[in-house]
Design a protein around this ligand. Structure first.
Ligand code: ZN
Length: 152
């Protein structure tokens, strides 16, 4: 009886240690602040991941209408045109143009103190193009952007 209990405990412990490292590999947390900055300039996605989870944390205090942030993934060459389309889409659409195939994945728009998570189906990302992430809130993409790197 003791032996079985020990084995179960050992198994539980092993899975506790195994799970976080696996989750860390296919997930990332990015912070954005009231100074219009992300805390990183690159997202590395292992191509072995099926789904890659991105969590955006707005660590500032300002409201989403004033200092809203999101994460939009696209080809680097599409950023400028997409930022314009986002402005036209407006606040009602959270500055994300509907049904725009240039957007490979995106998060919700959030304000200070909030956080949001979205997943990227890794196989859907084009491997031959230079990819980036940026914030589509009007005027933010110039300061708020970085590279998305697929790691073999
Ligand atoms: Zn922003």
């Amino acid at each position: 009886m003791y032996k079985i209990t020990f084995l179960i405990l050992a198994g539980l412990l092993a899975s506790c240690f195994a799970l976080p490292s696996q989750a860390a590999e296919c997930a990332v947390t990015i912070e954005a602040n009231d100074a219009m900055k992300y805390n990183t300039d690159s997202i590395k996605i292992p191509s072995s991941c099926d789904q890659f989870e991105v969590t955006l944390k707005h660590v500032g205090k300002l409201d989403a209408q004033v200092m809203g942030h999101n994460v939009v993934i696209s080809r680097t060459s599409d950023i400028t045109a997409l930022a314009q389309a986002a402005m036209q889409a407006g606040a009602a659409q959270q500055y994300v143009p509907a049904d725009d195939s240039r957007i490979l994945a995106h998060s919700e728009l959030i304000g200070g103190g909030q956080s949001t998570t979205f997943t990227i189906p890794v196989a859907s990302l084009p491997t031959s193009d230079d990819l980036s992430f940026f914030c589509s809130f009007p005027g933010h993409y110039a300061l708020m952007q970085g590279k998305v790197v697929l790691v073999p």
